[in-house]
Design a protein around this ligand. Sequence first.
Ligand SMILES: Cc1cc2nc3c(=O)[nH]c(=O)nc-3n(C[C@H](O)[C@H](O)[C@H](O)COP(=O)(O)O)c2cc1C
Length: 352
Amino acid sequence: MTHGAPVAPGAIGPRIAALVPLDRPLLVLAPMQEVTDLAFWKVIADYGAPDLLVTEYFRVHADSRPERHILRSIRENPCGVPVLAQMIGRDVPALVRTAARLQREAIAGIDLNLGCPAPQVCNKEAGGGLLRQPGQIDAILRALRDTVAMNLTAKTRVGFDEPGQFAPVLDVLCHHRLDAVAVHARTVREMYSAVAHYDLIALASGRLDCPVIANGNVSSARAARAVVAATGCRGLMIGRGAIRNPWIFREIRDAWSGATAGRPTLADVRDYIGRLHRTACDPGAPESARLGRLKKLLNFILPGIEPSGELVRRARAAASERDLFLACDEFLISQSPFDAEARRGTPCEALV
Ligand SMILES: Cc1cc2nc3c(=O)[nH]c(=O)nc-3n(C[C@H](O)[C@H](O)[C@H](O)COP(=O)(O)O)c2cc1C
Protein backbone atom coordinates (compact mmCIF):
# COMPACT_ATOMS: atom_id res chain seq x y z
CA MET A 1 0.00 0.00 0.00
CA THR A 2 1.28 3.48 -0.90
CA HIS A 3 2.16 5.84 1.95
CA GLY A 4 -0.84 8.07 2.63
CA ALA A 5 -3.16 6.31 0.16
CA PRO A 6 -6.74 5.45 1.13
CA VAL A 7 -7.10 2.21 3.07
CA ALA A 8 -8.96 -0.75 1.48
CA PRO A 9 -12.15 -1.84 3.31
CA GLY A 10 -11.22 -3.96 6.33
CA ALA A 11 -7.45 -3.52 5.82
CA ILE A 12 -5.40 -2.35 8.77
CA GLY A 13 -3.19 0.12 6.88
CA PRO A 14 -0.25 2.13 8.23
CA ARG A 15 -0.06 3.61 11.71
CA ILE A 16 -0.51 7.37 11.85
CA ALA A 17 3.09 7.77 13.06
CA ALA A 18 4.16 6.29 9.71
CA LEU A 19 2.03 8.83 7.83
CA VAL A 20 3.77 11.83 9.41
CA PRO A 21 6.16 13.25 6.79
CA LEU A 22 9.80 13.52 7.88
CA ASP A 23 10.13 17.16 6.91
CA ARG A 24 6.84 18.79 7.88
CA PRO A 25 3.77 18.29 10.10
CA LEU A 26 0.96 15.93 9.11
CA LEU A 27 -1.93 18.05 7.79
CA VAL A 28 -5.43 17.07 8.87
CA LEU A 29 -8.76 18.62 7.89
CA ALA A 30 -10.75 19.03 11.12
CA PRO A 31 -14.14 17.33 11.32
CA MET A 32 -16.94 19.90 11.24
CA GLN A 33 -20.52 18.69 11.52
CA GLU A 34 -22.66 19.75 8.53
CA VAL A 35 -19.65 21.40 6.89
CA THR A 36 -16.96 18.81 6.11
CA ASP A 37 -19.28 16.44 4.31
CA LEU A 38 -18.56 14.65 1.02
CA ALA A 39 -19.37 17.77 -1.03
CA PHE A 40 -16.95 19.92 0.95
CA TRP A 41 -14.24 17.25 0.68
CA LYS A 42 -14.71 17.36 -3.12
CA VAL A 43 -14.08 21.10 -3.13
CA ILE A 44 -11.02 20.82 -0.86
CA ALA A 45 -9.61 18.04 -3.06
CA ASP A 46 -9.45 20.56 -5.93
CA TYR A 47 -7.36 23.05 -3.94
CA GLY A 48 -4.82 20.69 -2.36
CA ALA A 49 -5.98 17.93 -0.04
CA PRO A 50 -4.75 17.42 3.53
CA ASP A 51 -2.84 14.23 4.44
CA LEU A 52 -5.68 12.84 6.57
CA LEU A 53 -9.43 13.35 6.84
CA VAL A 54 -11.79 12.85 9.77
CA THR A 55 -15.49 12.28 9.15
CA GLU A 56 -18.31 14.20 10.76
CA TYR A 57 -19.21 12.30 13.91
CA PHE A 58 -21.27 9.12 13.92
CA ARG A 59 -23.75 9.45 16.81
CA VAL A 60 -23.47 6.29 18.89
CA HIS A 61 -26.01 5.02 21.42
CA ALA A 62 -27.74 1.74 22.24
CA ASP A 63 -29.98 1.79 19.12
CA SER A 64 -27.78 3.71 16.69
CA ARG A 65 -26.69 2.65 13.23
CA PRO A 66 -23.94 4.44 11.30
CA GLU A 67 -25.42 7.39 9.41
CA ARG A 68 -25.62 6.62 5.71
CA HIS A 69 -24.47 10.02 4.46
CA ILE A 70 -21.26 9.74 6.50
CA LEU A 71 -20.65 6.18 5.25
CA ARG A 72 -21.07 7.57 1.75
CA SER A 73 -18.37 10.18 2.36
CA ILE A 74 -15.99 7.33 3.32
CA ARG A 75 -16.91 5.19 0.32
CA GLU A 76 -16.66 8.05 -2.18
CA ASN A 77 -13.71 9.85 -0.52
CA PRO A 78 -12.47 12.16 -3.30
CA CYS A 79 -9.22 13.23 -1.65
CA GLY A 80 -7.23 10.02 -2.14
CA VAL A 81 -5.98 10.11 1.48
CA PRO A 82 -6.80 8.00 4.57
CA VAL A 83 -9.93 8.75 6.62
CA LEU A 84 -10.62 8.37 10.34
CA ALA A 85 -14.23 7.67 11.30
CA GLN A 86 -15.20 9.82 14.28
CA MET A 87 -17.67 8.53 16.87
CA ILE A 88 -19.45 10.49 19.60
CA GLY A 89 -21.12 8.73 22.51
CA ARG A 90 -20.54 7.30 26.00
CA ASP A 91 -22.14 3.85 25.92
CA VAL A 92 -19.25 1.36 25.92
CA PRO A 93 -21.00 -1.63 24.27
CA ALA A 94 -22.54 0.64 21.60
CA LEU A 95 -19.17 2.27 20.86
CA VAL A 96 -17.48 -1.15 20.61
CA ARG A 97 -20.23 -2.48 18.33
CA THR A 98 -20.05 0.60 16.08
CA ALA A 99 -16.25 0.55 15.92
CA ALA A 100 -16.35 -3.11 14.87
CA ARG A 101 -18.91 -2.28 12.19
CA LEU A 102 -16.97 0.76 10.91
CA GLN A 103 -13.75 -1.27 10.62
CA ARG A 104 -15.35 -3.07 7.67
CA GLU A 105 -15.29 0.24 5.77
CA ALA A 106 -12.36 1.86 3.93
CA ILE A 107 -11.11 3.73 6.98
CA ALA A 108 -7.67 4.15 8.52
CA GLY A 109 -9.02 4.11 12.04
CA ILE A 110 -11.51 5.23 14.65
CA ASP A 111 -11.50 8.61 16.40
CA LEU A 112 -13.30 9.33 19.67
CA ASN A 113 -14.85 12.80 20.07
CA LEU A 114 -13.93 14.28 23.46
CA GLY A 115 -14.62 17.90 22.62
CA CYS A 116 -18.06 18.69 21.22
CA PRO A 117 -19.39 21.61 23.32
CA ALA A 118 -23.05 21.43 22.17
CA PRO A 119 -25.25 21.43 25.32
CA GLN A 120 -27.45 18.60 24.01
CA VAL A 121 -24.28 16.44 23.72
CA CYS A 122 -22.55 17.55 26.95
CA ASN A 123 -25.76 17.17 28.98
CA LYS A 124 -25.66 13.48 28.08
CA GLU A 125 -22.01 13.38 29.24
CA ALA A 126 -20.78 12.62 25.71
CA GLY A 127 -18.34 14.61 23.52
CA GLY A 128 -16.82 17.39 25.62
CA GLY A 129 -19.01 16.28 28.53
CA LEU A 130 -16.79 13.22 28.96
CA LEU A 131 -13.94 15.49 30.05
CA ARG A 132 -15.74 15.75 33.41
CA GLN A 133 -15.43 11.96 33.75
CA PRO A 134 -11.87 10.73 33.09
CA GLY A 135 -12.90 7.33 34.51
CA GLN A 136 -15.49 6.88 31.75
CA ILE A 137 -12.96 7.93 29.09
CA ASP A 138 -10.66 5.26 30.54
CA ALA A 139 -13.37 2.58 30.28
CA ILE A 140 -14.25 3.58 26.70
CA LEU A 141 -10.65 3.66 25.46
CA ARG A 142 -9.80 0.34 27.13
CA ALA A 143 -12.73 -1.35 25.38
CA LEU A 144 -12.03 0.34 22.06
CA ARG A 145 -8.32 -0.53 22.15
CA ASP A 146 -9.29 -4.18 22.60
CA THR A 147 -11.58 -3.95 19.53
CA VAL A 148 -9.86 -1.59 17.13
CA ALA A 149 -6.98 -3.20 15.25
CA MET A 150 -6.63 -0.09 13.10
CA ASN A 151 -5.55 3.34 14.31
CA LEU A 152 -7.36 4.48 17.44
CA THR A 153 -7.25 8.22 18.08
CA ALA A 154 -8.95 10.80 20.27
CA LYS A 155 -9.82 14.43 19.63
CA THR A 156 -9.93 16.31 22.90
CA ARG A 157 -10.19 19.78 24.34
CA VAL A 158 -8.05 20.86 27.32
CA GLY A 159 -10.68 20.46 30.03
CA PHE A 160 -14.37 21.15 30.54
CA ASP A 161 -14.53 24.24 32.79
CA GLU A 162 -10.89 25.19 33.06
CA PRO A 163 -7.46 24.10 31.79
CA GLY A 164 -6.48 22.63 35.16
CA GLN A 165 -8.75 19.70 34.27
CA PHE A 166 -6.52 18.60 31.39
CA ALA A 167 -3.84 16.78 33.43
CA PRO A 168 -6.09 13.89 34.62
CA VAL A 169 -7.48 13.50 31.09
CA LEU A 170 -3.95 13.38 29.71
CA ASP A 171 -3.07 10.71 32.31
CA VAL A 172 -5.86 8.55 30.88
CA LEU A 173 -4.91 9.23 27.25
CA CYS A 174 -1.34 8.12 28.02
CA HIS A 175 -2.51 4.64 29.07
CA HIS A 176 -4.23 3.31 25.95
CA ARG A 177 -1.63 2.99 23.19
CA LEU A 178 -3.43 5.60 21.11
CA ASP A 179 -2.12 6.16 17.58
CA ALA A 180 -2.57 9.96 17.69
CA VAL A 181 -4.28 12.57 19.82
CA ALA A 182 -5.65 15.81 18.39
CA VAL A 183 -5.81 18.58 20.98
CA HIS A 184 -8.05 21.62 20.46
CA ALA A 185 -6.37 24.19 22.68
CA ARG A 186 -9.53 25.38 24.44
CA THR A 187 -11.80 24.12 27.19
CA VAL A 188 -15.39 23.18 26.39
CA ARG A 189 -16.58 26.38 28.11
CA GLU A 190 -14.28 28.44 25.90
CA MET A 191 -16.11 27.20 22.80
CA TYR A 192 -14.30 28.57 19.72
CA SER A 193 -13.07 32.07 20.38
CA ALA A 194 -11.04 32.31 23.59
CA VAL A 195 -7.25 32.52 23.53
CA ALA A 196 -5.79 29.12 22.70
CA HIS A 197 -3.79 27.29 25.43
CA TYR A 198 -0.96 26.10 23.20
CA ASP A 199 1.15 25.43 26.32
CA LEU A 200 -1.19 22.53 27.11
CA ILE A 201 -0.66 21.06 23.64
CA ALA A 202 3.08 21.28 24.38
CA LEU A 203 2.41 19.39 27.64
CA ALA A 204 0.58 16.67 25.67
CA SER A 205 3.42 16.49 23.10
CA GLY A 206 5.89 15.93 25.93
CA ARG A 207 3.87 13.21 27.63
CA LEU A 208 2.21 11.15 24.89
CA ASP A 209 4.18 8.50 22.96
CA CYS A 210 2.03 8.99 19.85
CA PRO A 211 1.90 11.98 17.46
CA VAL A 212 0.06 14.97 18.90
CA ILE A 213 -1.95 16.97 16.39
CA ALA A 214 -2.40 20.61 17.38
CA ASN A 215 -5.74 22.24 16.66
CA GLY A 216 -7.07 25.77 17.04
CA ASN A 217 -6.75 28.96 14.99
CA VAL A 218 -4.31 27.80 12.32
CA SER A 219 -5.32 30.22 9.58
CA SER A 220 -2.11 30.55 7.52
CA ALA A 221 1.32 29.04 6.93
CA ARG A 222 2.70 31.71 9.28
CA ALA A 223 0.33 30.58 12.06
CA ALA A 224 1.19 26.94 11.28
CA ARG A 225 4.89 27.62 11.92
CA ALA A 226 4.11 29.46 15.16
CA VAL A 227 1.89 26.64 16.47
CA VAL A 228 4.45 23.93 15.60
CA ALA A 229 7.17 25.96 17.35
CA ALA A 230 5.00 26.57 20.42
CA THR A 231 3.72 23.02 20.83
CA GLY A 232 6.26 20.56 19.39
CA CYS A 233 3.30 18.88 17.68
CA ARG A 234 3.78 16.42 14.80
CA GLY A 235 0.57 17.37 13.03
CA LEU A 236 -1.80 20.28 12.51
CA MET A 237 -5.56 19.95 12.35
CA ILE A 238 -7.24 22.83 10.56
CA GLY A 239 -10.96 23.61 10.60
CA ARG A 240 -12.30 27.11 10.05
CA GLY A 241 -9.01 28.16 8.47
CA ALA A 242 -9.61 25.63 5.68
CA ILE A 243 -13.17 26.78 5.05
CA ARG A 244 -11.95 30.36 4.71
CA ASN A 245 -8.77 29.53 2.85
CA PRO A 246 -8.94 26.24 0.89
CA TRP A 247 -5.36 26.86 -0.34
CA ILE A 248 -4.06 26.47 3.21
CA PHE A 249 -2.77 22.89 2.95
CA ARG A 250 -0.86 23.73 -0.24
CA GLU A 251 0.48 26.92 1.34
CA ILE A 252 1.78 25.03 4.39
CA ARG A 253 3.46 22.38 2.23
CA ASP A 254 5.06 25.15 0.14
CA ALA A 255 6.23 26.99 3.26
CA TRP A 256 7.96 23.87 4.58
CA SER A 257 9.54 22.96 1.23
CA GLY A 258 10.76 26.51 0.62
CA ALA A 259 8.61 26.96 -2.51
CA THR A 260 7.12 30.39 -3.11
CA ALA A 261 3.37 30.02 -3.08
CA GLY A 262 1.33 32.19 -5.46
CA ARG A 263 -0.96 34.35 -3.34
CA PRO A 264 -4.72 33.97 -4.00
CA THR A 265 -6.65 37.10 -4.98
CA LEU A 266 -10.16 38.20 -4.07
CA ALA A 267 -11.20 37.02 -7.54
CA ASP A 268 -9.90 33.55 -6.61
CA VAL A 269 -12.08 33.69 -3.50
CA ARG A 270 -15.09 34.64 -5.67
CA ASP A 271 -14.32 31.63 -7.84
CA TYR A 272 -14.10 29.41 -4.73
CA ILE A 273 -17.50 30.66 -3.54
CA GLY A 274 -18.96 29.76 -6.95
CA ARG A 275 -17.45 26.29 -6.67
CA LEU A 276 -18.88 25.83 -3.18
CA HIS A 277 -22.27 26.83 -4.52
CA ARG A 278 -22.08 24.38 -7.42
CA THR A 279 -20.69 21.49 -5.38
CA ALA A 280 -21.90 21.88 -1.80
CA CYS A 281 -25.40 23.31 -2.38
CA ASP A 282 -27.81 20.65 -3.62
CA PRO A 283 -29.27 21.86 -6.97
CA GLY A 284 -32.44 19.82 -6.24
CA ALA A 285 -33.08 21.61 -2.92
CA PRO A 286 -35.28 24.73 -2.61
CA GLU A 287 -33.44 28.04 -3.12
CA SER A 288 -33.92 28.94 0.55
CA ALA A 289 -32.06 25.77 1.60
CA ARG A 290 -29.22 26.39 -0.87
CA LEU A 291 -29.00 30.01 0.27
CA GLY A 292 -28.92 28.94 3.92
CA ARG A 293 -26.12 26.43 3.27
CA LEU A 294 -24.06 28.97 1.33
CA LYS A 295 -24.53 31.67 3.97
CA LYS A 296 -23.38 29.20 6.63
CA LEU A 297 -20.13 28.65 4.72
CA LEU A 298 -19.73 32.36 3.87
CA ASN A 299 -19.93 33.09 7.57
CA PHE A 300 -16.40 31.64 7.78
CA ILE A 301 -15.13 33.26 4.59
CA LEU A 302 -16.37 36.85 4.33
CA PRO A 303 -15.75 38.62 7.67
CA GLY A 304 -12.79 40.97 7.33
CA ILE A 305 -12.29 40.19 3.65
CA GLU A 306 -12.85 43.83 2.65
CA PRO A 307 -12.44 46.79 5.00
CA SER A 308 -15.93 48.34 4.93
CA GLY A 309 -17.83 45.31 6.24
CA GLU A 310 -20.46 46.07 3.59
CA LEU A 311 -20.10 42.69 1.88
CA VAL A 312 -20.96 40.85 5.11
CA ARG A 313 -23.96 43.14 5.59
CA ARG A 314 -25.19 42.60 2.02
CA ALA A 315 -24.64 38.85 2.24
CA ARG A 316 -26.55 38.70 5.51
CA ALA A 317 -29.47 40.59 3.98
CA ALA A 318 -29.53 38.69 0.66
CA ALA A 319 -32.96 37.18 0.04
CA SER A 320 -31.92 35.27 -3.08
CA GLU A 321 -28.87 33.60 -4.56
CA ARG A 322 -28.89 36.33 -7.24
CA ASP A 323 -28.60 39.12 -4.61
CA LEU A 324 -25.86 37.21 -2.84
CA PHE A 325 -23.76 36.75 -5.97
CA LEU A 326 -24.32 40.36 -7.07
CA ALA A 327 -22.79 41.47 -3.76
CA CYS A 328 -19.92 38.98 -4.10
CA ASP A 329 -19.20 40.20 -7.65
CA GLU A 330 -19.21 43.84 -6.58
CA PHE A 331 -16.61 43.32 -3.85
CA LEU A 332 -14.58 40.32 -4.97
CA ILE A 333 -13.95 40.67 -8.70
CA SER A 334 -10.57 42.19 -7.93
CA GLN A 335 -6.92 41.26 -8.22
CA SER A 336 -6.29 42.52 -4.65
CA PRO A 337 -4.55 39.87 -2.53
CA PHE A 338 -6.72 37.81 -0.20
CA ASP A 339 -5.71 38.14 3.46
CA ALA A 340 -6.60 34.80 5.03
CA GLU A 341 -5.59 35.97 8.48
CA ALA A 342 -7.92 38.95 8.72
CA ARG A 343 -10.73 38.44 11.24
CA ARG A 344 -12.39 35.07 10.69
CA GLY A 345 -16.00 34.15 11.12
CA THR A 346 -17.10 32.04 14.05
CA PRO A 347 -20.38 30.21 14.45
CA CYS A 348 -21.47 33.06 16.76
CA GLU A 349 -21.46 35.52 13.88
CA ALA A 350 -23.98 33.55 11.86
CA LEU A 351 -25.17 35.15 8.66
CA VAL A 352 -28.25 32.99 8.54
C1 LIG B 1 -19.28 24.22 12.38
C2 LIG B 1 -18.34 23.37 13.20
C3 LIG B 1 -18.62 22.02 13.36
C4 LIG B 1 -17.76 21.20 14.11
N1 LIG B 1 -18.02 19.86 14.21
C5 LIG B 1 -17.12 19.04 14.84
C6 LIG B 1 -17.27 17.61 14.82
O1 LIG B 1 -18.19 17.04 14.24
N2 LIG B 1 -16.34 16.87 15.50
C7 LIG B 1 -15.29 17.45 16.16
O2 LIG B 1 -14.45 16.74 16.74
N3 LIG B 1 -15.11 18.78 16.15
C8 LIG B 1 -15.99 19.59 15.50
N4 LIG B 1 -15.76 20.94 15.45
C9 LIG B 1 -14.51 21.49 16.05
C10 LIG B 1 -13.39 21.55 14.98
O3 LIG B 1 -13.04 20.27 14.54
C11 LIG B 1 -12.15 22.26 15.56
O4 LIG B 1 -11.74 21.54 16.70
C12 LIG B 1 -12.41 23.70 15.97
O5 LIG B 1 -13.12 24.37 14.95
C13 LIG B 1 -11.09 24.45 16.24
O6 LIG B 1 -10.24 24.40 15.11
P1 LIG B 1 -10.10 25.64 14.08
O7 LIG B 1 -9.69 26.86 14.88
O8 LIG B 1 -9.04 25.19 13.11
O9 LIG B 1 -11.44 25.84 13.45
C14 LIG B 1 -16.61 21.77 14.72
C15 LIG B 1 -16.34 23.14 14.55
C16 LIG B 1 -17.18 23.93 13.80
C17 LIG B 1 -16.83 25.40 13.64
